[in-house]
Design a protein around this ligand. Structure first.
Ligand SMILES: NC(=O)c1ccc[n+]([C@@H]2O[C@H](COP(=O)([O-])OP(=O)(O)OC[C@H]3O[C@@H](n4cnc5c(N)ncnc54)[C@H](OP(=O)(O)O)[C@@H]3O)[C@@H](O)[C@H]2O)c1
Length: 220
């Protein structure tokens, strides 16, 4: 299979790339090349709307027919809605959800179909958080977009995976106790395991203390 992992340069996305690369051709995107063996890096800045659709178009045109697209980028942003300026609000929405819509649009325009689409959301998809007002919107929006995409007969299978805290550079610079957080490797295993099987849409939550997976919805 040809797999594109948007936001595959670090953390959960990179762990998925590492696990998929043995049996698949894996392409990863991000701003920083992790120089990981067995996968191909393409630079893709998602944080600025200006030129984003054109950049995604160029990327998709350069890749072979994709069987799996994983949308995994994200970043932590703390502050009430009045703490965030216009650029910060737009950056979160662009990385979190607009990029996913553009990627799906360009892939379907080029290929006419997509076998598998995976969206990485968060517990913030369904948990209100005072200090993450735009992140929660981006994740809820990504979940809603993916669910709607699963109704498109050109998309054969959609998995929405909402993890709890993971030990990654997402939390770099924050004073947070990550001792009970999930590892990116284990979280990636759960996503890949739940991708298999015969269904059109599945929504899972990957939770901690203890680490476990809840299947919230499956549509066959
Ligand atoms: N860590 C957690 O506790 C946690 C919990 C729930 C959900 N999540 C979600 O899990 C996903 C993976 O996060 P992670 O924990 O693995 O974090 P991570 O290690 O920081 O990885 C984030 C990924 O997003 C990419 N990215 C961020 N901003 C970008 C931008 N402006 N343009 C292009 N790419 C960008 C990064 O690429 P570059 O750095 O190369 O640009 C990287 O590949 C995210 O969607 C996050 O919201 C994380």
């Amino acid at each position: 299979m040809n797999c594109l992992i948007v936001g595959g340069t670090s953390g959960l996305g990179l762990a998925m790339a590492e696990q998929l690369k043995a049996e698949n051709t894996v392409y990863i995107t991000g701003r920083h090349d992790p120089q990981a063996e067995g996968m191909t890096f393409h630079e893709l800045q998602l944080g600025k709307l200006d030129g984003l659709l054109a950049n995604i178009h160029t990327l998709v045109e350069a890749l072979p027919k994709l069987d799996l697209v994983v949308y995994a980028p994200g970043f932590y942003q703390e502050g009430t809605i009045t703490d965030l300026n216009e650029d910060q609000i737009q950056e979160m929405l662009s990385v979190g959800v607009t990029g996913a819509m553009y990627v799906a649009r360009e892939v379907l325009n080029k290929q006419g179909e997509l076998a598998e689409f995976v969206a990485i959301t968060s517990t913030s998809q369904y948990t209100p958080r005072l200090l993450e007002p735009v992140y929660t919107v981006a994740k809820a929006g990504l979940g809603a977009f993916s669910n709607s995409l699963s109704l498109d007969p050109r998309v054969k299978k959609t998995l929405v995976a909402g993890p709890a805290g993971i030990k990654t550079k997402f939390h770099e610079g924050r004073d947070v106790d990550m001792s009970t957080y999930l590892t990116p490797e284990w979280t990636a295993e759960q996503v890949i395991e739940h991708l298999s099987g015969d269904y059109i849409y599945k929504y899972i939550r990957i939770l901690r203390e203890p680490a476990h997976v809840e299947v919230i919805e499956t549509r066959v």
